[in-house]
Design a protein around this ligand. Structure first.
Ligand SMILES: Cc1cc2nc3c(=O)[nH]c(=O)nc-3n(C[C@H](O)[C@H](O)[C@H](O)COP(=O)(O)OP(=O)(O)OC[C@H]3O[C@@H](n4cnc5c(N)ncnc54)[C@H](O)[C@@H]3O)c2cc1C
Length: 433
Protein backbone atom coordinates (compact mmCIF):
# COMPACT_ATOMS: atom_id res chain seq x y z
CA UNK A 1 0.00 0.00 0.00
CA UNK A 2 3.11 2.28 -0.07
CA UNK A 3 2.25 4.29 -3.14
CA UNK A 4 -1.40 4.73 -2.26
CA UNK A 5 -2.02 7.60 0.11
CA UNK A 6 -3.43 6.59 3.45
CA UNK A 7 -5.06 9.39 5.39
CA UNK A 8 -5.05 9.94 9.15
CA UNK A 9 -8.60 8.63 9.52
CA UNK A 10 -10.65 11.81 9.54
CA UNK A 11 -14.24 11.07 10.54
CA UNK A 12 -16.32 10.43 7.43
CA UNK A 13 -19.82 11.85 7.26
CA UNK A 14 -22.51 11.51 4.61
CA UNK A 15 -24.19 14.51 2.95
CA UNK A 16 -27.13 14.57 5.37
CA UNK A 17 -24.79 14.13 8.37
CA UNK A 18 -26.78 11.21 9.80
CA UNK A 19 -24.13 8.52 9.11
CA UNK A 20 -20.47 8.70 10.10
CA UNK A 21 -17.47 6.46 10.79
CA UNK A 22 -13.73 6.76 11.11
CA UNK A 23 -12.47 4.09 8.69
CA UNK A 24 -9.06 5.01 7.28
CA UNK A 25 -9.24 6.49 3.80
CA UNK A 26 -7.03 5.32 0.93
CA UNK A 27 -6.93 7.21 -2.36
CA UNK A 28 -5.01 5.21 -5.00
CA UNK A 29 -3.83 7.01 -8.12
CA UNK A 30 -3.67 4.10 -10.56
CA UNK A 31 -5.17 0.68 -11.19
CA UNK A 32 -1.97 -0.91 -9.82
CA UNK A 33 -2.22 1.07 -6.57
CA UNK A 34 -5.89 0.19 -6.33
CA UNK A 35 -5.09 -3.47 -6.79
CA UNK A 36 -2.32 -3.28 -4.14
CA UNK A 37 -4.74 -1.58 -1.76
CA UNK A 38 -7.41 -4.26 -2.16
CA UNK A 39 -4.90 -7.10 -1.77
CA UNK A 40 -3.28 -5.46 1.27
CA UNK A 41 -6.68 -5.05 2.93
CA UNK A 42 -7.51 -8.70 2.21
CA UNK A 43 -4.17 -9.83 3.70
CA UNK A 44 -4.80 -7.78 6.86
CA UNK A 45 -8.38 -9.08 7.14
CA UNK A 46 -9.78 -5.55 6.70
CA UNK A 47 -13.09 -5.17 4.91
CA UNK A 48 -13.27 -2.72 2.00
CA UNK A 49 -15.96 -0.16 1.10
CA UNK A 50 -15.55 2.06 -1.91
CA UNK A 51 -16.56 5.67 -1.39
CA UNK A 52 -18.78 7.53 -3.81
CA UNK A 53 -19.76 11.12 -3.03
CA UNK A 54 -21.37 10.23 0.31
CA UNK A 55 -24.85 11.22 -0.86
CA UNK A 56 -26.65 8.15 0.48
CA UNK A 57 -28.93 8.66 3.47
CA UNK A 58 -28.78 4.98 4.46
CA UNK A 59 -25.69 3.42 6.01
CA UNK A 60 -24.79 1.76 2.72
CA UNK A 61 -21.50 3.68 2.29
CA UNK A 62 -20.39 3.24 5.88
CA UNK A 63 -17.20 1.24 6.46
CA UNK A 64 -15.81 -0.71 9.42
CA UNK A 65 -12.58 -1.53 7.57
CA UNK A 66 -10.87 0.50 4.86
CA UNK A 67 -12.55 3.17 2.71
CA UNK A 68 -11.19 3.53 -0.81
CA UNK A 69 -11.96 6.73 -2.70
CA UNK A 70 -11.32 6.86 -6.44
CA UNK A 71 -10.99 10.65 -6.53
CA UNK A 72 -7.32 10.56 -7.59
CA UNK A 73 -7.72 7.96 -10.30
CA UNK A 74 -7.14 9.22 -13.85
CA UNK A 75 -10.24 10.08 -15.87
CA UNK A 76 -10.28 8.54 -19.33
CA UNK A 77 -13.33 8.67 -21.59
CA UNK A 78 -13.59 6.13 -24.45
CA UNK A 79 -16.30 6.68 -27.03
CA UNK A 80 -17.56 4.15 -29.58
CA UNK A 81 -20.60 5.60 -31.35
CA UNK A 82 -22.99 6.42 -28.53
CA UNK A 83 -21.42 3.90 -26.16
CA UNK A 84 -19.08 5.53 -23.64
CA UNK A 85 -16.70 3.91 -21.15
CA UNK A 86 -15.68 5.95 -18.11
CA UNK A 87 -13.94 5.28 -14.78
CA UNK A 88 -16.29 4.09 -12.04
CA UNK A 89 -15.42 7.03 -9.80
CA UNK A 90 -16.40 9.82 -12.18
CA UNK A 91 -19.05 12.19 -10.83
CA UNK A 92 -22.25 12.71 -12.80
CA UNK A 93 -21.37 16.41 -13.06
CA UNK A 94 -18.06 15.64 -14.77
CA UNK A 95 -19.66 12.87 -16.84
CA UNK A 96 -22.38 15.22 -18.12
CA UNK A 97 -19.70 17.73 -19.09
CA UNK A 98 -17.61 15.12 -20.88
CA UNK A 99 -20.65 13.78 -22.74
CA UNK A 100 -21.89 17.25 -23.66
CA UNK A 101 -18.54 18.17 -25.19
CA UNK A 102 -18.88 15.10 -27.42
CA UNK A 103 -22.49 15.82 -28.44
CA UNK A 104 -23.84 13.06 -26.17
CA UNK A 105 -25.98 12.78 -23.05
CA UNK A 106 -27.41 10.24 -20.61
CA UNK A 107 -31.03 9.47 -21.54
CA UNK A 108 -32.28 10.41 -18.06
CA UNK A 109 -30.94 11.69 -14.74
CA UNK A 110 -32.07 12.23 -11.15
CA UNK A 111 -32.38 15.54 -9.30
CA UNK A 112 -28.69 16.23 -8.71
CA UNK A 113 -25.32 15.51 -10.32
CA UNK A 114 -23.06 15.31 -7.26
CA UNK A 115 -23.06 11.51 -7.11
CA UNK A 116 -20.48 9.29 -8.78
CA UNK A 117 -21.80 7.13 -11.61
CA UNK A 118 -21.09 3.98 -9.60
CA UNK A 119 -22.43 5.35 -6.31
CA UNK A 120 -25.63 6.19 -8.14
CA UNK A 121 -26.01 2.88 -9.96
CA UNK A 122 -25.01 0.71 -6.98
CA UNK A 123 -28.05 1.99 -5.04
CA UNK A 124 -30.53 1.97 -7.95
CA UNK A 125 -30.69 5.75 -8.36
CA UNK A 126 -33.36 6.86 -10.83
CA UNK A 127 -34.95 9.91 -12.36
CA UNK A 128 -38.50 10.12 -13.62
CA UNK A 129 -40.09 9.11 -16.93
CA UNK A 130 -42.40 6.25 -17.83
CA UNK A 131 -40.15 5.21 -20.70
CA UNK A 132 -36.94 5.00 -18.64
CA UNK A 133 -35.54 2.56 -16.11
CA UNK A 134 -33.09 3.61 -13.40
CA UNK A 135 -29.60 4.88 -14.27
CA UNK A 136 -28.26 1.31 -14.04
CA UNK A 137 -30.43 0.37 -17.01
CA UNK A 138 -28.20 2.61 -19.20
CA UNK A 139 -25.13 0.58 -18.20
CA UNK A 140 -24.16 -2.12 -20.69
CA UNK A 141 -20.95 -3.40 -19.04
CA UNK A 142 -18.91 -2.97 -15.86
CA UNK A 143 -15.41 -3.93 -14.80
CA UNK A 144 -15.07 -5.19 -11.24
CA UNK A 145 -11.92 -5.53 -9.15
CA UNK A 146 -12.02 -8.79 -7.19
CA UNK A 147 -10.60 -9.57 -3.77
CA UNK A 148 -7.23 -10.63 -5.26
CA UNK A 149 -6.84 -7.33 -7.12
CA UNK A 150 -7.58 -8.81 -10.55
CA UNK A 151 -10.42 -7.47 -12.71
CA UNK A 152 -13.34 -9.03 -14.56
CA UNK A 153 -15.64 -7.36 -17.09
CA UNK A 154 -19.25 -8.46 -17.34
CA UNK A 155 -22.00 -7.36 -19.70
CA UNK A 156 -25.75 -6.84 -19.63
CA UNK A 157 -27.64 -10.17 -19.53
CA UNK A 158 -24.90 -12.09 -17.67
CA UNK A 159 -25.88 -13.16 -14.13
CA UNK A 160 -22.84 -11.43 -12.58
CA UNK A 161 -23.77 -8.18 -14.32
CA UNK A 162 -27.46 -8.26 -13.34
CA UNK A 163 -26.42 -8.85 -9.74
CA UNK A 164 -23.51 -6.41 -9.59
CA UNK A 165 -24.76 -3.37 -11.51
CA UNK A 166 -27.09 -2.50 -8.64
CA UNK A 167 -24.76 -4.25 -6.24
CA UNK A 168 -24.92 -2.29 -2.96
CA UNK A 169 -21.12 -2.04 -3.02
CA UNK A 170 -20.84 -5.81 -2.51
CA UNK A 171 -19.16 -6.70 -5.81
CA UNK A 172 -15.69 -5.27 -5.34
CA UNK A 173 -14.50 -2.04 -6.85
CA UNK A 174 -16.32 -0.97 -10.00
CA UNK A 175 -13.37 0.41 -11.95
CA UNK A 176 -15.10 1.06 -15.29
CA UNK A 177 -18.61 1.57 -16.53
CA UNK A 178 -19.85 1.44 -20.13
CA UNK A 179 -22.98 3.46 -20.77
CA UNK A 180 -25.54 3.57 -23.57
CA UNK A 181 -25.78 7.29 -24.26
CA UNK A 182 -27.92 9.24 -26.72
CA UNK A 183 -27.22 12.28 -28.90
CA UNK A 184 -27.33 15.43 -26.74
CA UNK A 185 -30.88 16.74 -26.47
CA UNK A 186 -32.84 19.76 -25.33
CA UNK A 187 -35.71 19.67 -22.84
CA UNK A 188 -38.60 22.04 -22.48
CA UNK A 189 -39.30 22.29 -18.76
CA UNK A 190 -42.79 23.24 -17.72
CA UNK A 191 -43.52 23.72 -14.04
CA UNK A 192 -46.93 24.68 -12.70
CA UNK A 193 -49.01 24.49 -9.54
CA UNK A 194 -52.07 22.27 -9.59
CA UNK A 195 -54.68 20.77 -7.28
CA UNK A 196 -53.44 17.40 -6.03
CA UNK A 197 -56.77 15.74 -6.89
CA UNK A 198 -56.63 16.87 -10.50
CA UNK A 199 -53.05 15.55 -10.78
CA UNK A 200 -54.19 12.17 -9.43
CA UNK A 201 -57.28 12.11 -11.66
CA UNK A 202 -55.17 12.84 -14.73
CA UNK A 203 -52.25 10.63 -13.74
CA UNK A 204 -52.35 8.15 -16.62
CA UNK A 205 -52.34 10.92 -19.24
CA UNK A 206 -49.64 12.89 -17.44
CA UNK A 207 -47.42 9.81 -17.24
CA UNK A 208 -48.02 8.67 -20.81
CA UNK A 209 -48.13 12.12 -22.40
CA UNK A 210 -44.79 13.43 -21.15
CA UNK A 211 -41.22 12.20 -21.43
CA UNK A 212 -40.50 13.02 -17.78
CA UNK A 213 -43.30 13.79 -15.35
CA UNK A 214 -43.13 14.25 -11.60
CA UNK A 215 -44.92 16.19 -8.89
CA UNK A 216 -44.43 17.44 -5.35
CA UNK A 217 -47.28 17.44 -2.84
CA UNK A 218 -47.14 20.08 -0.09
CA UNK A 219 -48.18 18.65 3.34
CA UNK A 220 -51.22 20.27 5.01
CA UNK A 221 -52.49 21.45 1.63
CA UNK A 222 -54.26 20.00 -1.38
CA UNK A 223 -51.70 21.64 -3.68
CA UNK A 224 -49.02 20.09 -5.85
CA UNK A 225 -46.27 21.41 -8.09
CA UNK A 226 -46.13 19.55 -11.41
CA UNK A 227 -42.94 19.25 -13.47
CA UNK A 228 -43.14 18.20 -17.11
CA UNK A 229 -39.93 17.80 -19.12
CA UNK A 230 -40.23 17.03 -22.82
CA UNK A 231 -37.75 16.71 -25.67
CA UNK A 232 -37.78 19.60 -28.17
CA UNK A 233 -35.53 20.55 -31.09
CA UNK A 234 -33.90 23.76 -29.93
CA UNK A 235 -33.17 26.02 -26.98
CA UNK A 236 -35.67 28.70 -28.01
CA UNK A 237 -36.76 29.78 -24.54
CA UNK A 238 -33.68 29.99 -22.35
CA UNK A 239 -34.13 30.89 -18.71
CA UNK A 240 -32.43 34.23 -18.02
CA UNK A 241 -29.58 33.86 -15.55
CA UNK A 242 -31.30 36.13 -13.00
CA UNK A 243 -34.49 34.01 -13.15
CA UNK A 244 -32.56 30.76 -12.64
CA UNK A 245 -30.78 32.35 -9.68
CA UNK A 246 -34.05 33.70 -8.26
CA UNK A 247 -36.00 30.40 -8.59
CA UNK A 248 -33.36 27.73 -8.13
CA UNK A 249 -30.93 29.41 -5.79
CA UNK A 250 -32.64 32.21 -3.91
CA UNK A 251 -36.23 30.92 -3.55
CA UNK A 252 -35.60 27.13 -3.57
CA UNK A 253 -32.51 27.25 -1.38
CA UNK A 254 -31.99 30.56 0.44
CA UNK A 255 -35.58 31.60 1.23
CA UNK A 256 -36.90 28.04 1.65
CA UNK A 257 -33.93 27.20 3.88
CA UNK A 258 -34.51 30.30 6.03
CA UNK A 259 -38.20 29.36 6.47
CA UNK A 260 -37.23 25.81 7.42
CA UNK A 261 -34.77 27.04 10.03
CA UNK A 262 -37.58 29.01 11.65
CA UNK A 263 -39.83 25.93 11.44
CA UNK A 264 -37.17 23.87 13.21
CA UNK A 265 -37.00 26.39 16.08
CA UNK A 266 -40.74 27.10 16.18
CA UNK A 267 -42.60 23.94 15.07
CA UNK A 268 -45.94 25.83 15.09
CA UNK A 269 -44.62 27.89 12.16
CA UNK A 270 -44.35 24.81 9.90
CA UNK A 271 -47.97 24.36 8.81
CA UNK A 272 -48.49 28.01 7.85
CA UNK A 273 -45.08 27.97 6.14
CA UNK A 274 -46.04 24.91 4.05
CA UNK A 275 -49.34 26.57 3.14
CA UNK A 276 -47.67 29.84 2.17
CA UNK A 277 -45.03 27.92 0.18
CA UNK A 278 -47.79 26.03 -1.69
CA UNK A 279 -49.73 29.25 -2.38
CA UNK A 280 -46.54 30.91 -3.60
CA UNK A 281 -45.87 28.21 -6.21
CA UNK A 282 -45.58 29.71 -9.65
CA UNK A 283 -45.46 28.55 -13.23
CA UNK A 284 -42.47 28.77 -15.56
CA UNK A 285 -41.45 27.29 -18.89
CA UNK A 286 -37.95 27.24 -20.32
CA UNK A 287 -35.68 25.21 -22.57
CA UNK A 288 -32.13 24.05 -21.81
CA UNK A 289 -29.67 21.19 -22.31
CA UNK A 290 -31.11 18.02 -20.75
CA UNK A 291 -28.68 17.77 -17.83
CA UNK A 292 -29.27 21.41 -16.87
CA UNK A 293 -33.00 20.72 -16.63
CA UNK A 294 -32.77 17.39 -14.82
CA UNK A 295 -30.22 18.41 -12.19
CA UNK A 296 -30.47 21.30 -9.76
CA UNK A 297 -28.50 22.51 -6.77
CA UNK A 298 -29.70 21.18 -3.39
CA UNK A 299 -28.21 23.31 -0.64
CA UNK A 300 -31.01 22.81 1.87
CA UNK A 301 -30.12 19.64 3.77
CA UNK A 302 -32.74 17.04 4.60
CA UNK A 303 -33.26 13.40 5.50
CA UNK A 304 -35.14 11.17 3.09
CA UNK A 305 -36.78 7.80 2.59
CA UNK A 306 -38.11 6.65 -0.79
CA UNK A 307 -40.14 3.61 -1.78
CA UNK A 308 -40.79 2.24 -5.25
CA UNK A 309 -44.35 0.93 -5.64
CA UNK A 310 -46.35 -0.92 -8.27
CA UNK A 311 -47.73 2.04 -10.18
CA UNK A 312 -51.37 1.21 -9.51
CA UNK A 313 -50.75 1.46 -5.74
CA UNK A 314 -49.82 5.15 -5.83
CA UNK A 315 -53.18 6.69 -4.97
CA UNK A 316 -53.64 4.42 -1.96
CA UNK A 317 -50.09 5.12 -0.80
CA UNK A 318 -50.57 8.88 -1.00
CA UNK A 319 -53.88 8.70 0.85
CA UNK A 320 -52.00 6.84 3.58
CA UNK A 321 -49.13 9.37 3.62
CA UNK A 322 -51.61 12.24 4.02
CA UNK A 323 -53.25 10.41 6.94
CA UNK A 324 -49.85 9.81 8.57
CA UNK A 325 -48.78 13.46 8.17
CA UNK A 326 -51.99 14.71 9.79
CA UNK A 327 -51.66 12.34 12.75
CA UNK A 328 -47.98 12.95 13.59
CA UNK A 329 -47.10 14.65 16.88
CA UNK A 330 -44.63 16.90 15.01
CA UNK A 331 -44.90 18.84 11.75
CA UNK A 332 -43.51 17.79 8.38
CA UNK A 333 -41.54 20.59 6.77
CA UNK A 334 -40.83 19.22 3.31
CA UNK A 335 -42.86 18.39 0.19
CA UNK A 336 -43.42 14.75 -0.83
CA UNK A 337 -41.92 13.90 -4.22
CA UNK A 338 -43.60 11.47 -6.64
CA UNK A 339 -41.83 10.02 -9.71
CA UNK A 340 -42.26 7.22 -12.25
CA UNK A 341 -40.01 4.73 -14.03
CA UNK A 342 -40.29 1.86 -16.49
CA UNK A 343 -39.62 -1.75 -15.53
CA UNK A 344 -35.93 -2.68 -15.73
CA UNK A 345 -33.74 -5.76 -15.26
CA UNK A 346 -31.04 -5.43 -12.55
CA UNK A 347 -31.98 -7.87 -9.80
CA UNK A 348 -31.94 -5.35 -6.95
CA UNK A 349 -33.31 -2.43 -8.93
CA UNK A 350 -36.38 -0.92 -7.28
CA UNK A 351 -38.01 -1.07 -10.68
CA UNK A 352 -37.05 -4.70 -11.39
CA UNK A 353 -39.71 -6.23 -13.60
CA UNK A 354 -42.41 -3.65 -13.01
CA UNK A 355 -43.47 -0.12 -13.92
CA UNK A 356 -43.04 1.91 -10.76
CA UNK A 357 -44.26 4.98 -8.95
CA UNK A 358 -41.97 6.36 -6.24
CA UNK A 359 -43.00 8.14 -3.07
CA UNK A 360 -40.18 10.07 -1.40
CA UNK A 361 -40.69 11.59 2.03
CA UNK A 362 -38.30 14.18 3.41
CA UNK A 363 -37.76 16.14 6.59
CA UNK A 364 -35.59 19.21 7.19
CA UNK A 365 -32.32 18.29 8.84
CA UNK A 366 -32.50 18.41 12.64
CA UNK A 367 -36.27 17.88 12.77
CA UNK A 368 -37.79 14.55 13.89
CA UNK A 369 -38.35 12.10 11.06
CA UNK A 370 -38.27 8.50 12.22
CA UNK A 371 -41.91 7.98 13.30
CA UNK A 372 -43.00 9.66 10.02
CA UNK A 373 -40.76 7.53 7.83
CA UNK A 374 -41.60 4.32 9.72
CA UNK A 375 -45.36 4.83 9.31
CA UNK A 376 -44.99 5.61 5.61
CA UNK A 377 -42.70 2.61 5.22
CA UNK A 378 -45.34 0.32 6.74
CA UNK A 379 -47.90 1.54 4.20
CA UNK A 380 -45.48 1.14 1.30
CA UNK A 381 -44.37 -2.37 2.30
CA UNK A 382 -47.98 -3.50 2.57
CA UNK A 383 -48.52 -2.22 -0.98
CA UNK A 384 -45.55 -4.18 -2.34
CA UNK A 385 -43.03 -1.33 -1.94
CA UNK A 386 -39.27 -1.62 -2.34
CA UNK A 387 -36.90 0.71 -0.48
CA UNK A 388 -34.36 2.86 -2.30
CA UNK A 389 -31.03 1.40 -1.13
CA UNK A 390 -29.42 4.81 -0.81
CA UNK A 391 -32.21 6.26 1.32
CA UNK A 392 -33.31 5.55 4.86
CA UNK A 393 -35.33 2.47 5.66
CA UNK A 394 -36.13 0.67 8.88
CA UNK A 395 -37.93 -2.55 7.99
CA UNK A 396 -36.77 -5.96 9.18
CA UNK A 397 -34.22 -7.52 6.77
CA UNK A 398 -36.54 -10.41 5.89
CA UNK A 399 -39.19 -7.94 4.68
CA UNK A 400 -36.63 -6.03 2.62
CA UNK A 401 -35.34 -9.23 1.06
CA UNK A 402 -38.87 -10.41 0.32
CA UNK A 403 -39.57 -7.16 -1.57
CA UNK A 404 -37.00 -8.14 -4.22
CA UNK A 405 -37.98 -11.30 -6.14
CA UNK A 406 -34.38 -12.00 -7.25
CA UNK A 407 -32.81 -11.41 -3.84
CA UNK A 408 -31.79 -15.07 -3.36
CA UNK A 409 -30.08 -15.09 -6.79
CA UNK A 410 -28.32 -11.83 -5.92
CA UNK A 411 -27.13 -13.31 -2.66
CA UNK A 412 -25.82 -16.46 -4.36
CA UNK A 413 -23.94 -14.39 -6.95
CA UNK A 414 -22.47 -12.18 -4.20
CA UNK A 415 -21.30 -15.23 -2.24
CA UNK A 416 -19.66 -16.67 -5.38
CA UNK A 417 -17.91 -13.37 -6.14
CA UNK A 418 -16.70 -12.70 -2.60
CA UNK A 419 -16.88 -15.85 -0.45
CA UNK A 420 -14.65 -14.32 2.24
CA UNK A 421 -16.90 -11.26 2.61
CA UNK A 422 -14.10 -8.72 1.96
CA UNK A 423 -16.68 -6.34 0.43
CA UNK A 424 -19.29 -6.85 3.11
CA UNK A 425 -20.07 -4.04 5.57
CA UNK A 426 -22.26 -3.40 8.62
CA UNK A 427 -25.11 -2.44 6.23
CA UNK A 428 -24.80 -5.75 4.38
CA UNK A 429 -24.38 -7.73 7.61
CA UNK A 430 -27.78 -6.37 8.67
CA UNK A 431 -29.39 -7.13 5.33
CA UNK A 432 -27.99 -10.58 4.60
CA UNK A 433 -29.34 -13.62 6.48
C1 LIG B 1 -29.57 15.89 -2.38
C2 LIG B 1 -29.75 14.48 -2.87
C3 LIG B 1 -30.50 14.26 -4.02
C4 LIG B 1 -30.71 12.95 -4.48
N1 LIG B 1 -31.47 12.76 -5.61
C5 LIG B 1 -31.75 11.49 -6.01
C6 LIG B 1 -32.57 11.25 -7.16
O1 LIG B 1 -33.02 12.17 -7.84
N2 LIG B 1 -32.86 9.94 -7.47
C7 LIG B 1 -32.39 8.89 -6.73
O2 LIG B 1 -32.72 7.74 -7.05
N3 LIG B 1 -31.57 9.09 -5.69
C8 LIG B 1 -31.23 10.36 -5.32
N4 LIG B 1 -30.39 10.55 -4.24
C9 LIG B 1 -29.73 9.39 -3.64
C10 LIG B 1 -28.35 9.15 -4.28
O3 LIG B 1 -28.43 9.17 -5.68
C11 LIG B 1 -27.80 7.77 -3.89
O4 LIG B 1 -27.79 7.61 -2.52
C12 LIG B 1 -26.41 7.50 -4.47
O5 LIG B 1 -26.03 6.20 -4.13
C13 LIG B 1 -25.34 8.45 -3.99
O6 LIG B 1 -24.19 8.30 -4.80
P1 LIG B 1 -22.73 8.54 -4.17
O7 LIG B 1 -21.76 8.68 -5.27
O8 LIG B 1 -22.80 9.63 -3.17
O9 LIG B 1 -22.49 7.13 -3.47
P2 LIG B 1 -22.26 6.78 -1.93
O10 LIG B 1 -23.47 7.16 -1.16
O11 LIG B 1 -20.96 7.32 -1.47
O12 LIG B 1 -22.17 5.18 -2.02
C14 LIG B 1 -23.27 4.41 -2.38
C15 LIG B 1 -22.86 2.95 -2.56
O13 LIG B 1 -22.09 2.81 -3.75
C16 LIG B 1 -20.88 2.12 -3.46
N5 LIG B 1 -19.86 2.57 -4.41
C17 LIG B 1 -19.57 3.82 -4.76
N6 LIG B 1 -18.59 3.83 -5.70
C18 LIG B 1 -18.26 2.54 -5.92
C19 LIG B 1 -17.33 1.89 -6.78
N7 LIG B 1 -16.54 2.56 -7.63
N8 LIG B 1 -17.26 0.55 -6.75
C20 LIG B 1 -18.07 -0.16 -5.92
N9 LIG B 1 -18.97 0.40 -5.10
C21 LIG B 1 -19.06 1.73 -5.10
C22 LIG B 1 -20.59 2.49 -2.02
O14 LIG B 1 -19.70 1.55 -1.43
C23 LIG B 1 -21.98 2.42 -1.43
O15 LIG B 1 -22.32 1.08 -1.19
C24 LIG B 1 -30.14 11.85 -3.77
C25 LIG B 1 -29.35 12.09 -2.64
C26 LIG B 1 -29.16 13.39 -2.18
C27 LIG B 1 -28.33 13.64 -0.96
Amino acid sequence: MDAARQGAAPAWRNWAGNVSDSAPLVTPESLEELSDTVRAAAERGKRVRVAGSGHSFSGIASSDGVRIALTRMPIKVDVAGTSVTVPGGITLKRLNRELDSRGLALPNLGDIDAQTITGATQTGTHGTGAGFGGLASFVSAITLMRTDGSTVTCARGEPLFEAAVVGLGAFGVVTEVTLDCVPAFVLRAEERPSALESVLDGLDDLIAGNDHFEFFWFPYTSRAQVKLNNRVDAIDRPLPGWRRWLDDSFLSNTVFGAGLRVARRVPGFTRPFMKVSARGLSARTYTAASHEVFCTDRRVRFTEMEYGLPREALREALTGVRRVVDALPFPVAFPVEVRFTAADDPWLSHGHGRDSAYVAVHQFIGMPYEPYFREVERICLDLGGRPHWGKMHFAAPERLRAAYPRFADWQAERARFDPEGLFRSPFLDDLLP
